[in-house]
Design a protein around this ligand. Structure first.
Ligand SMILES: Nc1ncnc2c1ncn2[C@@H]1O[C@H](COP(=O)(O)OP(=O)(O)OP(=O)(O)O)[C@@H](O)[C@H]1O
Length: 724
């Protein structure tokens, strides 16, 4: 609109300029090796005095100085002056083979666009990222930044296909879980924990067993401080119910969790979104410092960096609608734009200018503002992309990638003993899950209240049921209600479980822990709560109704209730693995339980169930059969009722009622029913574990097959499940 034009500095439109080849940037000595100031560190004289220096201290921003590809990625470089000569020593925290040089060549990504066919997202992009450096990926919204990150991290969706080479240290290899970390655009966090707890648990889950508990705590605290979260450390993260930390603080918590282990390869999708300019600067500068100190390779998609933040990037990959407009030292972008006919106005933030020049999303508005003059943004993009193709920058990228390929490099492996043991992870996860559950009002306390209310209703409706002939039917109905509806209510834990699954998805992809630890922790942490609701509301219903008085009978009743609720939770876990949407999952889970309930031998007596489907096998699959028959045997055995039926005996025993009236299988005891239910609990959890493990293994294989069948020439080193 016209107002846009008045408020914003005018972006010079593209005007064809005589082809000018950008002058070759200095690729002399600096290209051959690092300088101390590139790496940061300290200069020490023989008398021991240290003079710290760092890259971000230098101004103007340092040039993008290619580093030797396979030098040990250092934590810092210490230079001592000995006998009048400077001696450099690297104090490496990362093994030589742990530094990651990531390169990608002729990378094409397209998505299934339905009737429109395949829609290209990335069109033959090239680039590389090296240890100790931060590579920024910039471009207008929707230009493919996240897609490039996903592609490099092996996280593309199933409807997206990819062609091209992604190499780790010059070769196609998979990165094992935990060697790379990815901070996604969305912050998936446990809302009930405080910032300190969230980062603390994460440290316990990820940091090696060789570190003491105190050292882990220190690392967590240091990382919190690095991200400027000390002030908010004891505030809950918060969600829709409980307002907690701000969006920018959530962003920083997400980053904190992924930099705790100083991963060899770090992907950041919009690390500064939601942050003010000062916070953005501090966050990026600390990440850059960490990268330099720990030899981390950082690739970050960023939107609109301030001049100061921009100056912190070593390299820049500027994308426009899937095409590379520039790749090279961030500090040389200005010169490239100027030489291509798009000089940045002197008072404008260069990154703002680059993005405005290549954003064609609002061309119509700009067109109006210019009084009908045709916009040429598309042409500007073409001109820049073509200028880049014939530039020295492109030449350098091609040469660097060839060097990377030629040099070859070690396999990137996670060192033995770098991760806590399976037992430690299971215990930490159980603790975290338990804390999360009992702080979750909806999951824990609201559900508990509803159970109490329901059991009170049940207890008062069937109050003091007595031993009349009519009480036989009433007893059966009341017990069926408990077996069916009270257990059905365990479905209430589903939303909380879906949230857990999201957290698990993020943490698993980043290699924080394994599937088995997650399943064990989830099972163990929910046990106390399920026991509580089986015993307290269960006792209310049981004793108000006046079922068999002995403690043994009540204990059996509570045990069946508890086991069946565990079973329903397990069933819902399986549903969540197939339908990870909260609403659709609840509907699916309710549907499955509805069928089992109908089929459990109460609404239609077992002998009357139609063959084949309903009687065999469904009647035996429905857990309600065992819960109901267990309850019935527990209650009716040993009781005697008056017989109101004409022509019969004066009394009728519980055993007769079970056999003739409820058609219960009497060949085995009530304990066998309980044992079958318990077996089903284990079976459902094992099934869930198997599904998760198989999905994790099968996904990359299916993807590999798809790639092979559609693009035979492609071999991409990724497995689609978070590893490359
Ligand atoms: N799985 C997919 N299926 C279909 N289209 C997709 C898929 N993933 C990405 N796209 C499309 O590719 C384009 C680039 O998306 P991407 O998320 O990479 O952009 P971006 O540069 O990260 O945007 P933003 O800065 O707004 O996050 C978009 O038009 C998007 O709709």
């Amino acid at each position: 609109m016209a107002t846009d034009q008045q408020q914003l500095p005018a972006v010079p439109r593209w005007k064809p300029s005589p082809p000018r080849r950008p002058s070759r940037p200095d690729d002399g000595a600096a290209e051959d090796g690092d300088t101390a100031s590139d790496l940061g560190g300290s200069l020490r004289s023989t008398d021991g005095a240290a003079f710290p220096f760092s890259r971000e201290n230098s101004f103007p921003p340092p040039a993008f100085v290619p580093m030797p590809l396979h030098r040990p990625s250092s934590s810092s470089l210490e230079i001592t002056v000995e006998n009048g000569a400077a001696v450099a020593r690297e104090t490496s925290l990362r093994r030589v083979d742990q530094g990651v040089v990531l390169s990608w060549e002729d990378l094409w990504v397209s998505a299934d666009g339905g009737k429109a066919g395949r829609v290209p997202i990335l069109c033959g992009v090239n680039g590389y990222a090296r240890p100790g450096e931060v590579l920024a990926i910039m471009g207008p919204s929707g230009c493919g930044k996240s897609t490039l990150l996903d592609s490099l991290a092996g996280r593309l969706g199933s409807n997206v296909s990819q062609k091209g080479d992604i190499l780790i240290n010059g070769r196609r290899q998979k990165l094992s879980y935990g060697t790379s970390a990815y901070v996604t655009q969305d912050d998936v966090l446990l809302t009930t924990l405080t910032v300190r707890e969230a980062v603390g648990y994460s440290a316990q889950l990820q940091l090696p067993s060789s570190m003491s508990a105190a050292a882990k705590r220190d690392r967590a605290e240091e990382t919190l401080r690095e991200m400027g979260l000390e002030g908010a450390a004891d505030t809950r993260i918060g969600g829709w119910m409980h307002k907690g930390i701000s969006g920018g603080q959530r962003r920083r918590v997400s980053i904190c969790m992924e930099i705790l282990t100083r991963p060899a390869l770090l992907f950041l999708d919009e690390p500064t979104s939601g942050l003010d300019s000062a916070a953005s600067y501090h966050v990026v500068s600390r990440i850059a410092r960490l990268a330099r100190r720990e030899g981390m390779t950082v690739v970050a998609a960023v939107h609109q960096p301030s001049t100061e933040v921009y100056a912190l990037f070593h390299g820049l990959c500027l994308l426009a609608y899937g095409r590379t407009v520039f790749f090279g030292p961030a500090s040389e972008t200005n010169q490239f734009f100027a030489l291509s006919g798009f000089p940045c106005p002197s008072l404008m933030n260069p990154s703002d200018y680059f993005l405005r020049t290549i954003n064609k999303d609002f061309d119509n508005d700009i067109e109006e503002g210019l009084g009908g003059k045709k916009t040429t943004t598309a042409q500007a993009i073409d001109a820049l992309a073509n200028a880049y193709k014939s530039s020295v920058h492109m030449e350098k990228v091609t040469r660097q990638i060839a060097d990377i390929r030629g040099t070859g490099g070690g396999e990137v492996v996670k060192m033995e003993g770098q991760q806590p043991s399976f037992l430690t992870q299971s215990v930490v996860l159980t603790k975290r899950s338990f804390v999360n559950m009992y702080r979750d009002l909806g999951y824990y306390w609201l559900r508990f209240g509803i159970y109490i209310a329901l059991c009170l209703c049940c207890g008062t409706i069937f109050y003091d049921i007595g031993h009349t002939y009519g009480s036989i039917q009433a007893r059966g109905s009341m017990l069926m209600f408990v077996a069916a509806f009270l257990t059905f209510m365990a479905i209430g834990g589903f939303p909380s479980f879906v949230e857990d699954m999201k957290i698990f998805g993020r943490e698993r992809l980043n290699g924080h822990y394994g599937v088995s630890s997650f399943v064990i922790a989830n099972t163990v942490s929910s046990t106390p709560y399920l026991l509580l609701i089986s015993v307290v509301p269960g006792a209310l219903a049981y004793y108000l109704v006046g079922l068999q008085r002995s403690f043994d009978h009540f204990a059996y009743f509570a045990l069946v209730l508890f086991t069946t609720m565990m079973l329903v939770e397990g069933l819902m876990m399986i549903v969540a693995s197939a339908v990870p949407d909260f609403l659709m999952g609840i509907i699916t889970g309710a549907g499955i339980q509805g069928v089992m309930m109908l089929n459990g031998g109460f609404f239609r007596l077992p002998h009357d169930l139609p063959n084949p489907v309903w009687r065999y096998p469904m009647y035996y699959v429905a857990f309600h059969k065992y819960a109901n028959q267990g309850f019935y045997k527990n209650e009716f055995m040993g009781l005697v009722f008056p017989n109101n039926q004409a022509g019969g005996a004066a009394t009728i025993t519980g055993g007769e009622i079970l056999r003739d009236y409820w058609q219960v299988e009497m060949g085995y005891s009530k304990w066998v029913d309980l044992a079958i239910l318990f077996g089903m609990v284990i079976l459902y959890r094992v099934l869930f574990l198997a599904i998760m493990k198989i999905t994790e293994k099968a996904k990359p294989m299916v993807k590999g097959l798809r790639f092979r069948s559609t693009q035979p020439s492609v071999h991409v080193a990724q497995n689609g499940s978070g590893t490359l």
